[in-house]
Design a binder for this molecule. Structure first.
Ligand SMILES: [Zn+2]
Length: 562
């Protein structure tokens, strides 16, 4: 861990070609570990290439604020000029983004082949973007120069040199993204190094080695970085894709071999298998290698920021995501869970608080009293032995009916709170009603079921204090209509509900043998943007089951907000 241990340690690295053939053994010397590395987040450009991920300009500004709040060094804002959204982002960023920690970076490419820098639109857009740093991509794999750019290797190198000089003359700091570097290095090392040399000579501040196809393994990365380091005194960066599942490992090895800028995305977004997950790379560097990344007092923001960004990009967080996932410090099973309570470090690789996550006890019908008592303590509830016995009985009874509290932490919290004598008094429900109408439009003799005119309307009657409120809303289905009606009734009284919304709704049929009369279990995920909770409902009537889960989700939202 300490630099004394790794300094000057020789390592023999076997180096293999992509075709699996072993070629020369490569020895390289590991330098001292750096004391700090720059964290460069590329969600707004590279991460947005992920299938299904689309950000509005407002979303992009919100993501940038979160990244700045977390304390990354650089935020890549997009490719100015590539599309109207990125143009608008840079225009608004200049006026609206108040970055306190991070520096905004505009992404682009070198000038086109055969075009003078001052005639090149991409370079003009980079200068016009108003960001202090430009990160430009250049081809370092000879085949790409020949086949994609259709130009000579000499012109490929000149494009890099000219573009960097031109941007620096216009007061920009320049990073070079050496695209396909590791593939290019394997096949034509001289050309790959020649491009880097030209960039450094032209004044590029950082040379970022990209594993664009994501096919490299840690040994390949370490040996190549060490070789580059011997030929260059510029800052080196690493940009990995996760196609081998090694993006984070590759980034760490690169740092150990001399890199001091790590590019990636919080939550590892990106095309195909994604980019380096900075949510794992940052704590690995900070907590395991003792290298400064984001300011140390902000490490505890990692989990809330990762979840907030997941919310902004509208992708459910992966519960098993290292460091920040909901399940990664969760413990199930009586013996194990009670041992965790005594000595957490026997079962947890770090203190979860360090990254803003927390130890979670998972409670199911298999749980003993001690597990339940720990869950109560986690929620700050004091429940004595007799009551605890009663809750356990009720829990087992409900699980027998089809409830599954292990996956419904919100409903479990309400069960425990009610046992301690608490009763939610935000509002009381008098009744609710859902009507679904469908009619076969007379003028459409060929209509199918999906073409039927279906409308759903829900009415909810509630009491808030002395006031009786009746609200009606339509929805695309009964649950959607009920949710809308309940919100219409109580949101004016509880405006906080405006920032709380459902993210997932799942139905499972439990006793399939009974056909449409079977018991259904409904799970609803709800978030306030920082925390997500799951609530449950079970009934033979799917609307009733959905209502229970919806009601619990709203109560938890109000409880946590107050
Ligand atoms: Zn990339």
């Amino acid at each position: 861990m300490s630099s004394e241990v790794t300094a000057h340690e020789h390592r023999g690295v076997r180096h293999t070609h992509a075709n699996g053939q072993l070629h020369h053994a490569h020895d390289y010397e590991l330098p001292d570990l750096p004391t700090s590395v720059d964290i460069f987040d590329t969600i707004l450009r590279d991460g947005s290439q992920q299938e299904g991920l689309s950000l509005s300009v407002d979303d992009k500004l919100r993501v940038a604020e979160q990244l700045d709040h977390l304390g990354v060094t650089f935020i890549e804002g997009g490719w100015p000029g590539a599309n109207p959204k990125d143009v608008e982002f840079f225009a608004r960023a200049q006026k609206e983004l108040k970055l306190t920690t991070a520096t905004l970076v505009a992404f682009g490419s070198t000038r086109r082949a055969g075009v003078a820098p001052h005639d090149d639109a991409v370079l003009a857009n980079l200068i016009g973007a108003g960001a202090p740093v430009a990160c430009i991509v250049a081809k370092t794999w000879d085949r790409h120069v020949a086949e994609a750019l259709r130009t000579s290797l000499d012109e490929g190198v000149a494009m890099v040199r000219d573009s960097i000089e031109y941007l620096i003359k216009h007061d920009l700091r320049v990073f070079l993204d050496a695209e396909h570097f590791f593939d290019g290095y394997r096949r034509n090392r001289d050309f790959a190094l020649r491009v880097l040399g030209a960039a450094e000579e032209a004044g590029a501040e950082a040379l970022v080695l990209c594993d664009t196809n994501g096919g490299s393994l840690p040994d390949d990365i370490g040996a190549a970085v060490a070789d580059v380091r011997e030929h260059s005194s510029a800052q080196l960066g690493i940009h990995c894709h996760n196609d081998t599942g090694c993006a984070v490992a590759n980034s760490l090895v690169a740092v150990q071999a001399g890199v001091t800028q790590v590019q990636g995305c919080i939550n590892g977004y990106g095309e195909r298998a994604g980019n380096t997950d900075l949510s794992a790379a940052i704590p690995n560097l900070s907590l395991k290698l003792n290298i400064r990344t984001i300011p140390s007092d902000r490490l505890e923001l990692l989990t809330p920021v990762a979840h907030h960004i997941a919310e902004l990009v509208n992708i459910s967080p992966n519960p098993q995501q290292p460091y920040v996932g909901n399940s990664v410090f969760a413990h199930k099973g009586g013996l194990h869970a009670s041992a965790v309570a005594r000595s957490a470090d026997l079962y947890e690789h770090i203190e979860p608080d360090l990254v803003g996550n927390g130890t979670r006890v998972v409670v199911s019908e298999m749980a003993g009293r001690s597990t339940l008592a720990m869950k109560a303590a986690e929620l700050g509830l004091e429940i004595d032995g007799d009551l605890l016995g009663g809750v356990l009985e009720e829990l087992k009874h409900l699980e027998h009916e089809g409830y599954h509290f292990e996956v419904a932490d919100g409903s479990l919290e309400l069960l425990l709170r009610r046992a301690s004598g608490w009763k939610p008094d935000y509002f009381s429900v008098e009744s609710f009603r859902v009507i679904t109408d469908h009619s076969d439009p007379a003028d459409s003799p060929t209509s199918t079921a999906s073409a039927l005119g279906v409308t759903t309307e829900a009415t909810v009657k509630v009491h808030v204090g002395d006031e009786r409120i009746v609200a009606t809303a339509e929805g695309n289905g009964p649950v959607n209509a009920l949710d809308a009606a309940l919100r219409a009734a109580i949101e004016p009284k509880f405006p906080v509900l405006g920032s709380i919304h459902l993210t997932d709704y799942r139905v499972r049929v439990l006793s399939t043998g009974q056909g449409t009369g079977a018991v259904t279990r409904v799970l609803v995920d709800t978030t306030d943007g920082l925390v997500t909770w799951t609530t449950i409902g079970v009934s033979e009537n799917i609307i009733e089951a959905s209502w229970q889960a919806l009601y619990d989700s709203v109560i938890i939202g109000l409880l946590h907000a107050s």
